[in-house]
Design a protein around this ligand. Structure first.
Ligand SMILES: [Zn+2]
Ligand SMILES: [Zn+2]
Ligand SMILES: [Zn+2]
Length: 326
């Protein structure tokens, strides 16, 4: 990670983006995620009153395929394999005009419970090794519909990011006899330079290795591998932390802050993962205003990620924004 704080004053003459106006209707008759509406493909969304889960009508992964693999050309260099899986959509609320930032903590708790239920159900299947819960928020992050919703993709193999994280956490435990993220937690709590929010069970911080300007890692204080293992109180406090982070984000540039958010729990491949420490990532693209985003180009694509704003200064800006949030 290359950090270049001397570049923060450089003038910007590049692209700015239009900000999508926030949804203002509690019910939108043209929204396929609003209760009672028809979805493309003919399915009907029921008149749900809390959270609602359904199989993605245009799923990227399908469960009912025969196992198959093929070598293309010589020596196993190019190899194709069938990847089975399940894609579901989770509506956070029947209200079209809400976001996690605007929902009551008690209602976000219901979303947390549904994430845990989905992780348990899908992760319990023989043909699933990883359950990835995520949310793309905002048109800038490719969200096709402002209705508050996230996705759950469950796959037969462990995807790339959790595979790397598993290897790193296993290696750290083997080399040091302690958990990588517990160690990070202790450093952050001692230094307090990169922490942006804290409650009795969770901390939110800008990681030392953050790539995105206002990236946040949400970490439970206790060493827990999966959402399914949290106590009632820890789930309540996770919901409260998600509300705090998302509502705080909205005050950074006084705009509905776009991001990709995802939960990283331990793989459900049948093995024990004592080194795994549950966490949530927030990857927001905005850099300097509601319309100026960071691009991952040039040296970042070809060499290493680079940032101008130090993680410590980003944390300071976030703490100021969070103080102004409700
Ligand atoms: Zn809607
Ligand atoms: Zn740990
Ligand atoms: Zn992770």
């Amino acid at each position: 990670m290359l950090v270049s704080p001397h570049r923060t004053q450089r003038p910007w003459q590049g692209q700015t983006e239009d900000t999508a106006a926030p949804a203002t209707l509690a019910y939108d008759p043209t929204c396929y995620l609003c209760p009672g509406n028809a979805r493309a493909g003919g399915a009907q969304t029921p008149k749900y009153t809390s959270t609602y889960v359904f199989e993605n009508d245009y799923a990227a992964l399908k469960p009912d395929l025969p196992a198959a693999s093929a070598d293309i050309g010589d020596a196993g260099l190019l190899r194709a394999e069938v990847e089975r899986g399940v894609c579901r959509v989770l509506c956070f609320s029947p209200r079209h005009d809400l976001t996690l930032a605007k929902m009551e903590v008690a209602d976000i708790r219901l979303v947390v419970d549904e994430w845990a239920r989905q992780t348990e159900e899908l992760g319990g299947r023989e043909d699933i090794s990883y359950v990835q819960v995520f949310e793309n928020r905002g048109a800038m992050m490719g969200a096709s519909n402002p209705h508050p919703h996230g996705q759950i993709w469950a796959t037969e193999s462990i995807p790339n990011e959790p595979t790397l994280e598993l290897a790193a956490q296993n290696a750290y435990l083997a080399d040091h006899g302690k958990c990588l993220l517990c160690t990070c937690r202790d450093i952050e709590l001692a230094q307090r330079e990169r922490i942006v929010a804290e409650n009795d069970a969770w901390i939110a911080l800008v990681p030392f290795w953050a790539v995105w300007p206002f990236e946040i890692l949400v970490l439970p204080k206790r060493h827990v591998a999966s959402l399914t293992e949290f106590t009632d109180t820890e789930r309540d406090l996770f919901a409260a932390m998600l509300r705090r982070v998302t509502s705080g984000y909205d005050r950074v540039f006084d705009t509905s802050f776009p991001y990709s958010m995802g939960l990283h729990g331990a793989p459900s491949d049948g093995a024990e993962h004592p080194a795994w420490h549950f966490h949530a990532h927030f990857y927001p693209p905005l850099l300097r205003s509601a319309t100026i985003r960071k691009f991952m180009v040039g040296f970042e694509l070809l060499g290493s990620p680079q940032r101008d704003l130090t993680p410590e200064l980003a944390a300071e800006a976030l703490r100021r924004a969070f103080a102004r949030a409700s």
